[in-house]
Design a protein around this ligand. Structure first.
Ligand SMILES: NC(=O)c1ccc[n+]([C@@H]2O[C@H](COP(=O)([O-])OP(=O)(O)OC[C@H]3O[C@@H](n4cnc5c(N)ncnc54)[C@H](O)[C@@H]3O)[C@@H](O)[C@H]2O)c1
Length: 333
């Protein structure tokens, strides 16, 4: 099987590339990434010499490039996105460009091509917006809050329209918050680990009461691998971690694993429009494809902490003051 991965120099895409190449001998992977700030060429160093792997530097909005790459693929998995909510509040337009227009550019290349190339659109629980009680299932209404979530929700709608109108084989996955090795240090868990390791204050929005569900990135990769094999065209599959807790408890868990004191925590001004809680019902994925996460939160957090402490040469060049520091939206007001 020939898989075109977009955004494979980022966190989840690079974990998926390593996972897929080590799990299946008959898979070839072409990766296209525009090397935007969150990308890291070191993320795919372990597979660079693998004859079943190739890399092209390019942008998914480049229609000629995408048409050429799609013509040599059996399936496209679209990870490419601007992915940081805070940055989307500071400057929304790049999110529309990469996340919405980029997805449309892929869909159009598929439509103009052979018509049988499948697209797996890697989406997010954030498209459902804040869920005060209960959980969102695949039929729940889209109600995005941030510019990031709106750009992803719009992309999902384009995917469903191309499936319905042109019969393109498109599958959407909506996953909860990921964590694990190779995540860019501006995101919550690596930021906490790196700052705490340096005995710097760990900033937490509001009262730290926002609830998120956390999934270890390898469990997400396994879900995507199953969807790749058995997911049905036109379907949406939620992917949950079943580890819901508020940010304060999460940060305290990490500090405890690192032998650090809770006094490092510093409550800071909340993010505008901050969703209180997300929660996914992923019974469809469990029932229809037989998936369940294999990692417990505590063990996976421990491996993640160990990975960041053992791989300081990976994060030190990119963990600048700007990346680890104040929220980018604050500078934009
Ligand atoms: N991280 C999470 O918790 C999470 C949860 C659910 C869904 N997702 C989705 O998973 C996907 C991957 O997320 P991630 O955390 O790995 O993000 P990331 O920011 O680490 O990686 C995104 C990659 O996409 C590349 N990219 C961005 N715009 C591009 C463009 N126009 N053309 C080509 N490449 C481009 C970047 O250079 C980067 O390498 C995203 O679509 C995101 O919305 C992420």
């Amino acid at each position: 099987m020939k898989i075109l991965i977009t955004g494979g120099l980022g966190f989840i895409g690079s974990n998926f590339i390593q996972y897929e190449l080590s799990k299946h001998d008959d898979v070839r992977i072409a990766n296209v990434d525009n090397l935007s700030y969150g990308a890291n060429v070191a993320n795919t160093r372990s597979v660079e010499k693998n004859p079943r792997y190739s890399f092209t530097r390019g942008d998914i909005t480049d229609r000629d490039l995408i048409a050429r790459l799609v013509s040599d693929a059996d399936v496209v998995i679209n990870f490419a996105a601007q992915s940081h909510v805070d940055r989307s509040i500071a400057d929304p337009l790049p999110f529309m460009k990469s996340n919405t227009e980029g997805t449309l550019s892929i869909l159009d290349a598929l439509r103009r091509g052979r018509g049988d190339v499948e697209l797996i659109q890697v989406s997010t629980d954030e498209v459902y917006g804040e869920v005060r009680e209960g959980s969102s299932n695949e039929q729940s209404k889209l109600n995005p809050s941030s510019p990031y979530a709106a750009s992803k929700a719009a992309a999902d709608l384009w995917c469903l329209a191309y499936h319905r109108t042109y019969g393109l084989p498109v599958v959407i996955t909506r996953c909860t918050n990921n964590f694990g090795p190779l995540q860019f240090p501006e995101k919550l868990i690596p930021k906490v680990i790196i700052r705490a390791h340096q005995n710097l204050k760990v900033p937490l929005y509001g009262e730290g009461k926002n609830v998120r569900d956390w999934i270890y990135v390898i469990d997400h990769c396994e879900a995507l691998d199953l969807v790749l094999k058995r997911g049905l065209p036109g379907q949406i599959y939620n992917v949950a971690g079943h580890n819901s807790l508020d940010n304060l408890i999460l940060v305290k868990m990490i500090l405890q694993l690192m032998g650090k004191d809770g006094s490092l925590i510093e409550l800071v001004e909340d993010r505008p429009g901050h969703d209180y809680r997300y929660s996914l019902d992923d019974s469809k994925l469990r029932r229809e494809l037989g998936w369940k996460p294999r990692h417990t939160l505590k063990d996976a957090l421990k491996s993640t902490v160990d990975w960041y402490l053992a791989n300081q040469d990976w994060w030190r060049p990119v963990a600048t003051e700007g990346v680890l520091g104040a929220s980018p939206w604050k500078d934009s007001r």
